[in-house]
Design a protein around this ligand. Sequence first.
Ligand SMILES: NC(=O)c1ccc[n+]([C@@H]2O[C@H](COP(=O)([O-])OP(=O)(O)OC[C@H]3O[C@@H](n4cnc5c(N)ncnc54)[C@H](O)[C@@H]3O)[C@@H](O)[C@H]2O)c1
Length: 344
Amino acid sequence: MKRILVTGGFGFIGTHLVERLLADPKNIVHVVDNLSTSPIDVRQYLRGLSYQGLIGGSDGVLRQGHVEGYVFTFDIKSVRDYFAQETLPHYDQIYHLASVVGPVGVLKHGGNILSEMVGDAYDIMNYCKRFGTRLVDISTSEVYGGGRNGYCCETDSMIVPPKPSARLEYAVAKLACEVALINQCNTAGLKASIIRPFNVAGPRQATAGGFVLPRFIKQVLANEPITVYGDGSAVRAFTDVRDIVDGIVRVMALGKNATVYNIGNPNNKTNILDLANRVQRAVTTTSQITFVNPKDLWGPAFEEASDKYPDASRAMEELQWQPKAGLNSIIADSIAYVRAARRD
Ligand SMILES: NC(=O)c1ccc[n+]([C@@H]2O[C@H](COP(=O)([O-])OP(=O)(O)OC[C@H]3O[C@@H](n4cnc5c(N)ncnc54)[C@H](O)[C@@H]3O)[C@@H](O)[C@H]2O)c1
């Protein structure tokens, strides 16, 4: 049996990852999540896993629990509180996903993102060194700061734009964690690989963090204006969450130590205006596209991410990772999810 910890396992990517891990009967999965940005109703989600016997606290407040046979257990806790416990079980693998995230989601954390992210990373690195646990750290493609006109390869320099913002703090904090982690691999015996995902999209993504596809879907289904930020020319490569999860699992199994992997679908490179047009065409709606300044909506602290699309050849060649979902199918699946969630 393999004992696996997933931090942020009740998040958008985390839930898909947990399901993938639980599909292998050799895995025992534990989730640590403080539910600060989880997009799901956890009780309902847990009932949906094919395991029975889910438990909350005796007062009905969900704090920790398990499914029968203890194939899946969880703690509703911050990463910091979890790793501050005196005794901790042994894990063979840790996937570290817990983090503030999203263009809007990061705003209220500005000034504290670095301390929280780096603190969590050190707690996890120290645990991994002590127990010989293999770590996969989920970083971000925002570390590139725009790359070469949006093209981002792992061997490129990172660009720090002269615009301090919560978003920049998020990117710089993720990069600082990457560098510390690689140095600890090289000097202190840590066993770890890093993933830089590109614009993850698909079922369960929340609108709350400010993610563009769920926002467009919400707008077209409500026949409201589709609000494109700026002129809609920002370049992105949307990648299906299940393709991302496949990449994450492959990096854990096959990724080289102290190595960064872009996980993003270059075939889905597009711009935001094209995304809006595709979403508009995918449903019957009276919604029309309007162009807005996001700073009018979210205040002067809001920053749009730089253009970005991946060179994913390292993951494709070393891990045989091949993303499958095209952009229209990601849009269709996301719409179907939102419609089904509304019927519940
Ligand atoms: N969604 C994307 O497009 C994208 C792109 C690049 C990188 N990422 C990274 O992927 C990871 C997961 O992102 P997501 O989109 O699933 O976001 P999410 O907000 O849906 O998931 C994050 C989960 O972590 C939990 N969490 C946050 N801080 C925590 C803490 N300190 N302790 C315990 N739990 C905590 C939240 O409650 C949430 O359930 C993050 O590290 C994010 O930076 C996401």
